[in-house]
Design a protein around this ligand. Structure first.
Ligand code: GUN
Ligand code: ZN
Length: 429
C-alpha cells in the first residue's frame, strides 16, 4: 500500500451540469494494487496507516492523468506545419509522412517518439488514430503496452482519394484489422478501435467491412473524422449523394455509445440530435481547428443537444501533445465566438481534459478523477522554481485560479511525474 500526500484538484462532478471543482490542500490518497482505496485529510489517513509507503508531493498539484480523445500516431514528425487548410495539409504534409510508416523500422522509431510525447505531456489514456500499415499499428500497441499506457487504437483504412500506397481493400482492411484486434483488444490496457480515416476516403464497401469488424468485437470502439472542413464536407456530400456526413457512418451502424467522432465543427441540427440520441462522443480539437482554419467549434449547440464532448490534441494538425494547451485554446475559441461562445472556467477545462475523455472512452468507472475506487492514474504538475507558472501558482488566490494558470502557462516541462495504476511511468531510456 502506498499513501500519496499532495494538493489535489479534480472534477468528479461534471461542471457542465453544475458540478464544482474538488480541491484538497493536503490530501491523502491510499493506493492498493493500483486502485485508490481511501481518500481524506492526509493527517487522518497517516494516523490510520502508519506503515504504508509514503510518497510526498510537496508544492505543485496532483491532477488526474490526462485523456486525449483524438491523436494521430504517424504524425508526430510533422507537427507544426502551418498555413494550409485540411485537404491541402493532408496531401502536402500528413500523407507523405504517413506513407513512410510502410517501413517497419521507421514505424517503430515513430511509435517510440509518439508514446514519449504522450507520457511527457501527462497523457495516460488516449484514443489513437493508428497507421494505414498493420505492422506499424502493432508497433504502436507494443510500445504503448511496454510503457503501460491505456491505448485504444486501430488500423486506419481508406480505399479512395488518398495516395495509392495508403489504399487498402474491404477484404484486406477487415483481415488485417481482425488480426490486430485478436492480438490487442482487451490485452492489458489496450483496446481496438475500427478506424476508417474519413468518409471522403472510404467507399461504402469499405465502411461495411469496418461495420462487420466493429460488430464482431465485444466492446470494440469506432473512431473517425466528422464535419471538419467546409470543402471536405461538400466533397463528402457529392460522393455520397447528398446525405449528411454523419449518415455515411450511421447507415452502417457505426454511430453509438462506443463511437468517437473528431471535430464536428460544422454540424447540422439533425446530426447533433442523432449524435446525442446515439450517445456518441465528439472529440473537440481546438489547436487543430485553429491551425487549419477549420472553424470555431459550436460547443453551445453540442451542449444544447446533449452531445458528449471531450478534448483531443489531433497531433499533428494540432500543435502539440499538451492537453493544457488544448484547454487554453478551447477557452480562447469560445471567447472568439462572442455571444455564441460558452464561458469556460478552469473547472470545465480540467473536466474536458480528464473525466469527459474517460467517459467518451467508456472508462469513466476506472479513471478521470481521483475518487475512491478509481485507478491511480495521476500527474504531478510541478513547475520549475521561478518560472511564470511557479510564480503564478504560488500567488494564486485559490485552487481554481491556480488551475487556470496551469492551463494558461503549463507545458510538458511542468509535468514532473506520471503514474498509471499507481506505478510511475518511467522514461523510455
Ligand atoms: N481528416 C482525415 N484525416 C485527417 C487527419 O489526419 N487530420 C485531421 N485533422 N483531419 C483529418
Ligand atoms: Zn484527426
Amino acid at each position: 500500500m502506498t499513501l500519496f500526500r499532495a494538493q489535489t484538484i479534480d472534477t468528479p462532478d461534471d461542471p457542465f451540469s453544475g458540478g464544482v471543482l474538488r480541491a484538497d490542500a493536503d490530501a491523502g490518497l491510499l493506493v492498493e494494487d493500483g486502485v485508490i482505496v481511501e481518500r481524506g485529510a492526509f493527517a487522518d489517513l497517516r494516523s490510520r496507516h502508519p506503515d504504508a509507503d509514503l510518497v510526498e508531493l510537496p508544492d505543485g498539484v496532483l491532477l488526474p492523468g490526462l485523456v486525449d480523445s483524438h491523436v494521430h500516431f504517424p504524425q508526430v514528425r510533422v507537427i507544426g506545419a502551418l498555413g494550409m487548410p485540411l485537404l491541402e495539409w493532408l496531401e502536402r504534409c500528413a500523407l507523405p509522412e504517413e506513407a513512410r510508416l510502410a517501413e517497419a523500422g521507421y514505424a517503430r522509431a515513430v511509435a517510440g517518439e509518439f508514446v514519449d510525447g504522450l507520457v511527457g505531456a501527462g497523457t495516460t489514456t488516449a484514443l489513437v488514430f493508428g497507421s494505414h500499415f498493420a505492422p506499424a499499428v502493432d508497433a504502436l500497441f507494443t510500445v504503448a503496452a511496454a510503457r503501460g499506457l491505456r491505448i485504444t487504437s486501430g488500423l486506419v483504412v481508406s480505399d479512395r482519394m488518398l495516395r495509392a500506397d495508403l489504399h487498402t481493400s474491404a477484404r484486406r482492411g477487415y483481415d488485417e484489422g481482425r488480426a490486430l484486434a485478436e492480438r490487442w483488444h482487451g490485452t492489458g490496457r489496450s483496446r481496438y478501435a475500427v478506424t476508417p480515416r474519413f468518409a471522403l476516403s472510404c467507399s461504402d464497401d469499405l465502411l461495411a467491412s469496418c461495420a462487420q469488424l466493429h460488430g464482431e468485437l465485444a466492446d470494440g470502439w469506432f473512431t473517425s473524422h466528422l464535419n471538419e472542413n467546409l470543402d471536405e464536407i461538400a466533397t463528402v456530400g457529392r460522393l455520397f449523394g447528398g446525405g449528411s456526413y454523419l449518415d455515411c457512418y450511421d447507415r452502417h451502424d457505426l454511430v453509438g455509445r462506443r463511437s468517437v467522432l473528431a471535430h464536428d465543427v460544422h454540424p447540422t441540427d439533425v446530426e447533433l440530435k442523432r449524435l446525442a440520441e446515439a450517445g456518441a462522443s465528439v472529440a473537440h480539437c481546438p489547436t487543430s481547428n485553429s491551425a487549419l482554419g477549420s472553424g470555431l467549434f459550436p460547443l453551445n449547440r453540442h451542449l444544447a443537444y446533449g452531445v458528449h464532448v471531450a478534448l483531443g490534441t489531433d497531433v499533428g494538425a494540432g500543435t502539440g501533445f499538451s492537453l493544457f494547451k488544448e484547454g487554453l485554446q478551447a477557452y480562447l475559441l469560445q471567447r472568439l465566438r462572442g455571444a455564441d461562445g460558452v464561458a469556460l472556467t478552469a473547472a470545465h477545462l480540467l473536466h474536458l481534459a480528464t473525466a469527459a475523455g474517460a467517459r467518451a472512452l467508456g472508462l469513466r468507472d476506472q479513471v478521470g478523477d481521483l475518487s475512491v475506487g478509481r485507478r491511480f492514474d495521476a500527474i504531478w504538475v510541478r513547475p520549475r522554481p521561478g518560472t511564470p507558472l511557479d510564480i503564478g501558482m504560488r500567488h494564486a488566490g485559490g485552487p481554481e485560479e491556480a488551475l487556470a494558470r496551469v492551463f494558461a502557462l503549463g507545458t510538458p516541462h511542468d509535468v514532473a511525474q506520471v503514474w498509471i495504476d499507481g506505478v510511475p511511468v518511467g522514461s523510455s531510456g
